[in-house]
Design a protein around this ligand. Structure first.
Ligand SMILES: Cc1ncc(COP(=O)(O)O)c(C=O)c1O
Length: 447
């Protein structure tokens, strides 16, 4: 009954989205241009939303339903949507033309701003997406070290490039899509964060490992945090064995402070990949790190390691929006503290609620990143493996549907908090989740 009522309400209030969806599935495989943007809804008989505008903490769909947005453009829009200062500078600059395929001063300014704040970034290079950045980071590592293997964290999401689309979905088997080579052929080893066996893997492969790449907080993988001790040891072991350590900070960069997360951890990797927030909501990726490594990509180098290319690399409007965003973030210390605090509080209070009511949900994340996992049964204090092993994907889709019906947009259960979110917004999100948790869990059993 709950599912039927939710579907009825969803369909009634979204006729335009439904029309667009019917056209979309005829021209775009699955109706989308990014796999997760279905929000899982087709698996339970619904269609995703089509959004027309955003402002502050809210977005509005084509049927004029307004939502509190926790998805925030894949964790990008830390200032909220349509920030007036970012909009103003984009408007000013768009009147001058928007793509020249040469160089602009803005990319130099943005690089300077990032390098100034981050001791781990001595030099950097821009591209258009995080997917490209991680692909280049591994290529650079292999060529620089003259070694073949790259180790990546299980559940780590570095974009869908051929190099790193391994061990993305679960722990149990090689989970690369058809069309990609096997892990062995591709020179990939996977490892588990916070697991002692990772160090055995390093020991065994220390002569052939070029690099180890991981997100300090597994983002797309579900908000699981690598322990500080694990990361410190990873740094020690890689340094000892001349293996490059790559932190993928596409999500964590500038998310918790006005710089990269590595500065909070006090662990400096050899290379760092960046994206999302540093482009202010326009397409961006970047790779930075030790000068002796990054500089090898220069065309002036005798032994150049070829990375880069990209018609839109260093795209002027992305550089301009990124610069303005980082300038605003420079003066946002209090705002960082506020959203870190409210995110933390939301995560803890939701988990308390789920535990008190023995509901099959668990929240994971860090500070302003808050993701809700829907499980097939209640587990008290579940481990990462238990959460992933008992994940209920249709239940998660139903959670998304029920959130949308109550004017909250979330993905991965929820997502993140922006500086535009108020305390009242957070109270509303918490109330909505608490209202729907029991019926979603009851109805999920029949899906
Ligand atoms: C940690 C991480 N790395 C890389 C990527 C890929 O970035 P993009 O989607 O910009 O290609 C993502 C995207 O979500 C990400 O979360």
């Amino acid at each position: 009954m709950f599912l039927k009522n939710e579907l009825d309400q969803y369909y009634t209030n979204r006729p335009k989205s439904k029309d667009i969806w019917e056209k979309a599935v005829k021209v775009l495989p699955g109706g989308i241009s990014h796999n997760i943007r279905t929000f899982g809804l087709p698996s339970i008989g619904a269609f995703p939303l089509f959004i027309k505008s955003g402002n502050g903490s809210h977005i509005t769909d084509v049927d004029n339903n307004e939502y509190l947005d926790c998805w925030l453009g894949h964790f990008t829009m830390i200032l909220g949507h349509n920030h007036p200062k970012v909009q103003e500078i984009l408007k000013e600059n768009i009147s001058l033309g928007w793509h020249f395929g040469t160089n602009t001063e803005y990319q130099v300014n943005l690089a300077e701003l990032i390098i100034k704040k981050n001791p781990g970034i001595e030099m950097m290079r821009f591209c258009t997406s995080g997917t490209e950045a991680t692909m280049y980071a591994t290529r650079l590592s292999r060529a620089f070290t003259k070694r073949k293997l790259v180790a990546k964290a299980i559940l780590g999401w570095h974009g869908a490039n051929d190099t790193l689309y391994y061990g993305v979905g679960n722990f149990n088997k090689e989970t690369h899509p058809p069309g990609l080579r096997s892990e062995e052929e591709a020179g990939i080893k996977t490892f588990e964060v916070n697991n002692e066996q990772t160090f055995d893997m390093i020991k065994k492969n220390k002569k052939t490992l070029a690099a180890i790449i991981l997100e300090p907080i597994l983002g797309g993988g579900g908000g699981f945090r690598a322990n500080l001790d694990f990361l410190k040891r990873l740094r020690e072991e890689t340094e000892k064995n001349d293996i490059l350590l790559i932190f993928d900070e596409v999500i964590t960069g500038y998310r918790f402070r006005n710089s990269l997360f590595q500065n909070e951890l006090k662990i400096i990797p050899d290379l760092t990949t960046m994206g999302k927030i540093i482009g202010g909501g326009l397409p961006i990726g970047a790779i930075g790190g030790r000068k002796d490594i990054i500089e090898r990509s220069s065309p002036q180098e005798e032994n150049q390691i070829l990375i880069g290319g990209g018609t839109f690399s260093g795209y002027p409007l992305s550089m301009i929006a990124g610069l303005k965003t980082l300038e605003i973030l420079k003066d946002s210390q209090q705002q960082y503290e506020r959203i870190n605090h409210i995110g933390n509080r939301l995560l803890k209070s939701l988990n308390q609620f789920f535990t008190d009511n023995r509901l099959p949900f668990i929240t994971r994340g860090y500070k302003s990143v808050v993701m809700i996992h829907v499980l097939s049964n209640f587990i008290e204090n579940p481990t990462m493996r238990q959460i992933v092993g008992n994940s209920d994907k249709k239940g998660e889709a139903l959670l998304h549907l029920a959130l949308f019906n109550r004017n909250v947009v979330g993905l991965h259960g929820l997502g993140s908090i922006s500086m535009a979110h108020t305390d009242e917004d957070i109270a509303q999100i918490k109330a909505v989740v608490e209202e729907i948790a029991q019926p979603v869990s009851d109805a999920s059993k029949d899906l």
